[in-house]
Ligand binder design. Structure first.
Ligand SMILES: *Cc1c(COP(=O)(O)O)cnc(C)c1O
Length: 425
């Protein structure tokens, strides 16, 4: 890090030493602009792997060839199609095979999991979450409370940053949990905050939650495929994520979820059931009583959306080929390089760029959220005109996520150059 320079030469050298640099060629980059794109929104919608088309076409061909018989006779039969994901997903989130499944969409899974893990009783009826959670999560939490006849204003405890700070201290979360030890029924936090990019200490939060008798869950939309996860070891009760952000599985792609092994075969947990959660042995005998599979699969309602899952499978093959630990190592370096470039720009321009994402590499993934003090939206328009695809939040926050699978050090350098020029105008 000490010998980095904000120069094309330095970026090119870093790319030459990057063992994963060839993965970039496995993705389609947007072609709508006449400028070479700098795609930094993998935190919102990951790029399309070139392999995806092949995987989807394969299932379309199977459908054309077999019709309904594809459920059993396709090369990858559709009936157990979701089983193709178990091992890959378990490795990605640090889970046992019995703890994960892939189906539905993210907010749907969040609701289904809360049906099981938010069980308000008497005084213990509150939910703790982070302030400014992703809007869908806020609506989901509020409506779960209302579903139980509880007023969200009184029963949603939101932890916020201290005055003058941008991120939430883990110690503040822990002390609020302790302050409400008789009242909190469930803790549900975004494992990586979508706005600031902050990673929460999921192990400590789980431990503190369990100590007071609460269930603890995480929305990992911004964590899955971005940071290393050890959900089983961290003792998390439940978690869910989408596959279209860092997992590159296409718009609205399927979601994955985790339920800790200590819960998966507990038939007393309330849940909404569907036939795809029923025991595989007699599912097609169509018995009239639900008998759950003794794994996380029992939370599946419907048969697998194979076409969209084919896209997910293509993407996971690429993750396996690259190796997640290698990706994470590159990700840390790439984001550190971006932070370095921003420091260098600050030396040359009058507008101050303040990175509100935590500095320590364990407390962030690849995203940096940058406040451009005094800048206006025209800065963002300028970036866009130069081919930078990033994300702007009013009044002046730019979110950028260099993704290790397809972004390069040169992308970071070029982004820095464009940003510097735009700030000089
Ligand atoms: C992206 C995202 C969502 C989106 O939910 P969908 O059900 O996939 O539309 C929800 N929550 C968080 C934290 C997200 O980052």
């Amino acid at each position: 890090m000490t010998n980095w320079e904000f120069s094309l030469d330095c970026a090119k050298k870093l790319d030459q030493n990057d063992k994963l640099s060839h993965f970039r060629d496995k993705f389609h980059f947007p072609t709508f602009s006449d400028k070479r794109p700098i795609y930094f929104t993998g935190n919102s919608l990951g790029l399309q792997p070139k392999l995806t088309r092949t995987y989807i076409n394969r299932e379309l061909d199977e459908w054309a060839k077999w019709g309904v018989d594809g459920h059993t006779r396709a090369e990858r039969p559709w009936m157990p199609y979701h089983e193709l994901f178990t091992d890959k997903i378990a490795r990605l989130v640090g889970a046992k095979h019995s703890e994960v499944a892939v189906t539905h969409s993210l907010t749907t899974n969040l609701h289904l999991l809360m049906v099981s893990f938010f069980n308000p009783k008497g005084k213990r009826c509150k939910i703790l979450c982070e302030k400014k959670a992703f809007p869908s999560d806020q609506y989901a939490l509020q409506s779960q409370l209302q579903f139980h006849g509880l007023n969200p204003k009184e029963n949603l405890i939101e932890v916020e940053p201290r005055v003058g700070e941008h991120t939430i201290r883990n110690e503040d979360i822990i002390s609020i949990i302790e302050d409400h030890e008789d009242e909190i029924a469930m803790i549900m936090i975004g494992g990586v905050n979508y706005f600031t990019g902050q990673v929460f200490d999921m192990q400590k939060i789980s431990k503190a939650g369990h100590k007071i008798g609460a269930n603890v869950g995480f929305d990992l939309a911004h964590a899955a495929g971005n940071i290393s996860l050890k959900l089983n070891e961290w003792n998390v009760d439940f978690a869910t994520w989408c596959s279209y952000k860092y997992l590159n599985s296409g718009p609205g792609g399927v979601s994955g979820y985790f339920i800790h092994e200590r819960h998966v075969s507990n038939e007393n947990i309330p849940r909404f059931a569907g036939w795809w959660g029923h025991n595989k042995e007699d599912r097609f005998k169509m018995p009239d009583t639900f008998s759950p599979i003794p794994t996380a699969e029992s939370w599946q309602l419907s048969n697998a959306p194979v076409i969209s899952m084919a896209a997910h499978l293509a993407s996971l093959e690429i993750f396996d080929e690259a190796g997640f630990e290698n990706l994470r190592t590159k990700s840390i370096e790439l984001t550190n390089f971006l932070a370095f470039v921003i420091d260098e720009i600050n030396k040359e321009v009058s507008i101050n760029l303040e990175v509100i994402t935590p500095k320590e590499e364990n407390n962030r993934g690849c995203q940096l959220s940058i406040v451009a003090h005094g800048a206006e939206r025209k800065l963002f328009n300028q970036l866009t005109a130069e081919g930078v695809i990033s994300d702007w939040r009013e009044p002046n926050v730019i979110r950028v996520a260099p993704v290790p699978l397809y972004n390069s050090f040169e992308d970071v350098y070029r982004f820095g150059e464009v940003l510097k020029q735009a700030l000089k105008i």
